[in-house]
Ligand binder design. Structure first.
Ligand SMILES: Cc1cc2nc3c(=O)[nH]c(=O)nc-3n(C[C@H](O)[C@H](O)[C@H](O)COP(=O)(O)OP(=O)(O)OC[C@H]3O[C@@H](n4cnc5c(N)ncnc54)[C@H](O)[C@@H]3O)c2cc1C
Length: 415
């Protein structure tokens, strides 16, 4: 074991871990990142790439809960719960339902708003101008709905958008078809959200953050962390191949963070909200701007690899293999949204969103464990919030005032 002065170990090389490591390294802190996978091998690899800086609506809302029975009745619908995993997930699901109470929804919405707004600016800072322009588009997004009339959930979502002054312009059918040619006539209503953006390749974003981190003198170790143990006022990181000491540790292990923290007695309500994507190379429809179908829980993003159709939620834990039927369903959803959609090759993927019941991540110092920090639980918007979270973690670890009030990001909110 080798001791280092006031250094930091970051567990997890997803967008959250690597952004945290980069901002810390930039402040002159010696940092080692641990992950058995190369940068961006987890959820950060295959997400929808939406950088939704205007997103302020938690998943659990009173309006949404009414739809849950209908969704669960369709095994390939926007939400599925594996019967095998259900008993394990039940406490999280009950918290998720409670998080849909209006007073809690408002608190979560305010927290998400504060976290997301600086999203693009922090990527510009983290990546530098050239990489930002190479990887990120500030095109806005189009959000669409099928029904003629606003549902209760949509009404709440609109009220939350208005509460935060989100800019959203209604599109009439002609404007929609001009912005998104080839979109299905089944789409009845649409909004243009001009301040949102997207990345043309989320995996490459994480890769670039990792390269910049390494170039700045950071260390990446491709090792799996088996145990995190307190040792002489610092921390021992025991991996599959080594045993090292660090002054402080940041756990940014995405959906795996719960299992990394449990042996230390730190309990967090975290569930893997599994999502799927298909990416269609050389698609036969030209999509120039991301389209998000809010109520069906999926979106289409034009990427440099092709058109990515991604989304839906499957609560099935970390061990059950991906469902080919759900992956194929993404293709069917893509064809439903763009009836002429076809393409050369299709890649299919499933990833684990690290989900908290209230959709708000945990960004906190672990209570009762000096020098241990947690940054996980970013759910559906971790790509959006990755860079901002990195900045916040760096500020938290260095004892500086944080650019966002972290009160509602604490573990203590779960009681
Ligand atoms: C289908 C899908 C679509 C999505 N679309 C969007 C979107 O459009 N916009 C958006 O903002 N967000 C989106 N998300 C969410 C976003 O991808 C996640 O919130 C984000 O990637 C989480 O980042 P992370 O760094 O916390 O976790 P991850 O990227 O999962 O990284 C965690 C890392 O920890 C590592 N790890 C685990 N265990 C250990 C261990 N024992 N030792 C060392 N390392 C370990 C893993 O290997 C992994 O690399 C989507 C997610 C999915 C699945």
């Amino acid at each position: 074991m080798n001791a280092m002065a006031a250094d930091v170990a970051v567990v997890g090389a997803g967008i959250v871990g690597l952004s945290s490591a980069s901002f810390l390294r930039r402040a002159g802190v010696p940092v080692t990142v641990y992950d058995p996978l190369p940068p961006g091998g987890g959820a950060s690899y295959g997400n929808g790439g939406l950088l939704s800086v205007e997103a302020c609506i938690p998943i659990s809302t009173p309006g949404m809960l009414r739809q849950v029975p209908r969704w669960l009745a369709d095994p390939l619908g926007p939400l599925a719960v594996s019967p095998r995993h259900f008993p394990k997930a039940l406490p999280w699901l009950l918290r998720w339902i409670r998080a849909g109470r209006m007073d809690r929804v408002l608190r979560s919405s305010d927290a998400l708003r504060a976290l997301h707004v600086p999203g693009l600016d922090q990527y510009r800072d983290l990546l530098g101008g050239d990489d930002f322009h190479d990887l990120i588009r500030t095109s806005g997004q189009v959000h669409v709905w099928t029904g003629e009339r606003e549902s209760r959930g949509e009404l709440i979502a609109r009220q939350l958008r208005e509460r935060h002054g989100v800019v959203a312009e209604k599109l009439d059918p002609a404007e929609l078809r001009q912005l998104v040619p080839g979109i299905s006539p089944a789409i009845r209503r649409a909004l243009f959200v001009p301040k949102n953006g997207y990345t043309v390749n989320p995996h490459r974003v994480v890769g670039r953050v990792g390269e910049r981190f390494r170039a700045a003198g950071g260390t990446l170790r491709q090792e799996r962390v088996m145990r995190i143990l307190p040792a002489d006022g610092g921390w021992r990181i025991v991996t599959n191949t080594g045993d090292r000491r660090h002054s402080r540790v940041v756990v940014a292990g995405g959906a795996w963070s719960k299992d990394l923290l449990a042996p230390l007695g730190v309990r967090i309500p975290l569930e893997a909200e599994r999502g799927y994507h298909v990416t269609i190379r050389d698609p036969s429809v030209e999509v120039r701007i991301p389209v998000l179908h809010q109520s069906m829980g999926f979106g289409a993003t034009p990427m440099e690899m092709g058109l990515r159709i991604g989304g839906t939620v499957e609560i099935a834990g970390l061990d059950i293999p991906m469902s080919p039927a759900r992956a194929e369903r993404m293709m069917a959803l893509g064809r439903w949204l763009f009836p002429r959609l076809d393409g050369k090759e299709v890649s299919m993927w499933m990833g684990y969103r690290p989900g908290t019941p209230d959709s708000v991540p945990i960004i906190d110092a672990a209570p009762g464990h000096a020098g241990l920090y947690i940054a996980c639980g970013h759910g559906h918007t971790g790509m959006t919030a990755g860079a901002v979270t990195g900045k916040l973690v760096a500020q938290l670890v260095q004892g500086e005032p944080t650019m966002v009030d972290l009160q509602h990001f604490r573990i203590a909110r779960f009681g």
